[in-house]
Design a protein around this ligand. Structure first.
Ligand SMILES: Cc1cc2nc3c(=O)[nH]c(=O)nc-3n(C[C@H](O)[C@H](O)[C@H](O)COP(=O)(O)OP(=O)(O)OC[C@H]3O[C@@H](n4cnc5c(N)ncnc54)[C@H](O)[C@@H]3O)c2cc1C
Length: 405
């Protein structure tokens, strides 16, 4: 990268921004990570990690720290389709014995600390207002809002928007919207003691689903979901009772734990439409939810953010080609978006849902292979914006519903 004030300015210091900062700084890039939040604590998200994400954390030397902080290992996933239970053992991977579901106040902070230790500069409490452009129109940095009302400008070779699903950077650079998903599911969740670690437990029924994920401090993250349109019917009157009622139909033991625990604040997510945006342009790149937001139904956003960090940092520092990152990750995101959208629709019977889970598993196997192979195969896919007919997966409009833009 050329020497500027910074090689990269990253907007957003959570999982996508922190991991991208870590991966870039570890390769010697001069990196500044900004976040408008004064602290990186908890956030609205459950936190099941999938294999490619866990393998990357292990590769960066962070899995041990997460385990050392008491994050339980997950060695199996149980899928309950009505009365039928399918148990899938989690086979040890090249670097990780199993999966994990660490709390976000732990995961994001550990990644961010590692980024700073690798040499990244960090400025919390920094609200990024927009992007600077050079005379040729190329993005050349960002402008910060300051408490005294004056702007501060920071120049960088690459501006990375890791600023979440309502990304201001995506808007400022005019990132093309490649696909949207109309389906929305609502999620409520909380943390409960007294539940045995039997791995990830996922329950599916008629118009509802639920699950339990073992996490830190001897707690399980227990969640219940339904189509957004049914949120009021299930949860409006009494969220905890609504959640317990759904769980009682699946696992009375977990339902009892939910009812018996001391009252705690339950988190509510009413659902939001998904999007898939172009990930790169002249002087900018997007990572994490800023690029690709999908329903939590496939629990893949954190894993995607980690894979973005890995692929973007490699494309920038080894090949000098952020666009290769855009092509590689887009090709992986299109099938994942399609399967997530189908699962989040709740419009399936159990056989169809099992087939969707098999498709999801195949997506993850190919992601793991790409992580292991440095994304080399996927980066040979054609550029999505120019390849309407060249490759089925490269053109999102062949598998996604068209967007309005
Ligand atoms: C209910 C729910 C459950 C979920 N469950 C799972 C799950 O089980 N597994 C999973 O993998 N994923 C899950 N996800 C998805 C996951 O939470 C996201 O994919 C993940 O948080 C994306 O991380 P990110 O770093 O891209 O963005 P974010 O976590 O949104 O972080 C963006 C950061 O950018 C900062 N920022 C924004 N704008 C600015 C600005 N203008 N200036 C400076 N800073 C700015 C914000 O303060 C924030 O810190 C779930 C999501 C929800 C809503």
């Amino acid at each position: 990268m050329t020497r500027r004030a910074y090689d990269a300015v990253i907007v957003g210091a959570r999982v996508a921004g922190a991991a991208t900062g870590l991966a870039l700084a570890a390769e010697g890039a001069r990196v500044l990570i900004l976040d408008r939040a004064p602290e990186i604590g908890d956030t609205l998200s459950t936190h099941a990690l999938m294999r490619p994400g866990v393998e990357l954390l292990a590769r960066w030397g962070l899995l041990e720290r997460l385990m050392g902080a008491g994050t339980p290992l997950v060695r199996q996933a149980q899928f309950h389709y009505g009365a039928e239970r399918v148990t899938v053992p989690v086979r040890p991977g090249p670097l990780a014995e199993g999966l994990i579901a660490p709390r976000r106040w732990l995961l994001d902070r550990i990644i961010l600390d590692a980024a700073v230790a690798a040499g990244a500069e960090l400025a919390l409490g920094s609200d990024v207002e927009g992007c600077l452009r050079g005379a040729d129109g190329r993005v050349a940095g960002i402008s910060l809002a300051r408490p005294d009302g004056r702007n501060r400008e920071i120049r960088a070779g690459l501006v990375i928007g890791a600023d979440g699903r309502a990304s201001r950077i995506a808007a400022a650079v005019g990132a093309e919207l490649l696909a949207t998903s109309p389906h929305r599911a609502a999620t409520v969740y909380g943390y409960f003691p007294g539940i045995e670690n039997r791995g990830y437990r996922l329950y599916f029924g008629d118009g509802v689903s639920a699950g339990a994920l073992p996490t830190n401090d001897g707690l399980h993250c227990v969640f219940a979901t339904c189509p957004s349109a049914a949120y009021g019917r299930h949860f409006a009157a009494d969220t905890r009772r609504g959640m317990a009622a759904i769980l009682a139909g699946f696992d009375p033991g977990i339902a009892e734990s939910v009812q018996a625990a001391p009252a705690e604040r339950l988190r509510r997510f009413p659902g939001a439409p998904g999007h898939l945006r172009a990930r790169t342009g002249r002087g900018w790149a997007l990572a994490g939810d800023a690029a690709f937001f999908k329903d939590p139904a496939t629990a893949h956003g954190i894993t995607d953010a980690l894979m973005d960090a890995h692929a973007l940092s490699r494309a920038v520092t080894r090949d000098g080609r952020p666009d290769a990152y855009g092509r590689a990750r887009h090709a992986q995101s299109v099938p994942l978006f399609a399967v997530t959208q189908r699962i989040a629709s709740f419009d399936w019977g159990f056989d169809a849902l099992k087939a969707l889970h098999e498709t999801l598993s195949a997506c993850m196997k190919s992601e793991s292979a790409a992580v292991d192979a440095g994304s080399a195969a996927a980066s040979r896919q054609p550029e999505p914006r120019r390849a309407a007919t060249a490759n089925d997966h490269a053109d999102p409009r062949q598998t996604m519903e068209p967007c309005d833009a």
